[in-house]
Design a binder for this molecule. Structure first.
Ligand code: C5P
Length: 226
């Protein structure tokens, strides 16, 4: 376990400042993903950095190796601790992304398959069922010696077996007493950490809560209390 295991996702481009104001950069990392980045551009990275936070840049790079490499290098100087690429870009792309990530002091994290993909789509796109697709993507990640992967909490066991010592980042985290929303296969924070998650990505249970600081604190305590 690292010291900061919670990544708070900023997904609302018009309502995020309150989150940056009340959370403690010593206790969490901030996720900047495609919604908020495409809306604000690099200004959002500056804003998050100015509040003292490290960044999980979840932009999921996917292009030819040279393009991915140059794009990643262009973010030198921002406090990006972790960034994502699509593993389906192939081993040359993964290796280029790894070199450029090192160059900007970031860890390179691979996305296996989008959890929105269903069995039928997995067969259409990858010619095999989801578990086989995930396994082959994890093997590809391991062979390329990537720094880590994003996976569903329900794939943590497989990721632990195939990707020993690598970072595992998982969304779909909810305290058991929280209201239901569109996350269907959820797990509680402590359970996910105990199953080997390095970082938990949590958005709305914190960012949409009327008392964001205490919502964060409750989740934080649920992980660290004995
Ligand atoms: O608000 P919530 O806690 O559901 O946010 C989770 C974050 O993780 C969001 O930024 C969402 O885009 C991301 N995510 C997810 N499920 C996936 C992959 C990413 O919820 N399968």
């Amino acid at each position: 376990m690292t010291e900061k295991n919670i990544i708070v996702a900023l997904d609302d481009p018009l309502d995020y400042q309150g989150v940056l104001e009340v959370l403690d950069p010593k206790k969490c990392i901030i996720k900047v993903g495609s919604v908020i980045f495409n809306y604000h551009g690099r200004k959002i990275l500056d804003e998050v950095a100015n509040h003292g936070f490290e960044i999980f840049f979840d932009i999921k790079f996917h292009d030819i190796p040279n393009t991915v490499s140059k794009s990643i290098k262009s973010f030198k100087g921002y406090p990006i601790k972790l960034l994502t690429i699509h593993l389906s870009g192939g081993s040359s792309m993964i290796k280029s992304a790894l070199v450029s990530s090192k160059n900007i002091n970031a860890k390179c994290i691979g996305v296996s398959i989008l959890t929105s993909i269903n069995e039928e789509e997995s067969k259409e796109v990858y010619n095999q069922e989801i578990p086989k697709t995930v396994t082959s993507m994890f093997n590809l990640a391991n062979e390329a010696d990537i720094d880590g992967v994003v996976c569903s909490p329900h794939e943590l066991k497989l990721a632990g077996d195939l990707l020993q010592g690598k970072i595992k980042i998982t969304p779909g985290i909810r305290l058991s007493d929280s209201n239901s929303d569109d996350q269907s296969r959820v797990m509680n924070p402590k359970e996910a950490i105990d199953l080997g998650a390095t970082y938990l990505v949590i958005g709305r249970p914190i960012t949409s809560h009327k008392d964001k600081a205490s919502a964060f604190e409750k989740i934080y305590q649920s992980i660290y209390e004995k």
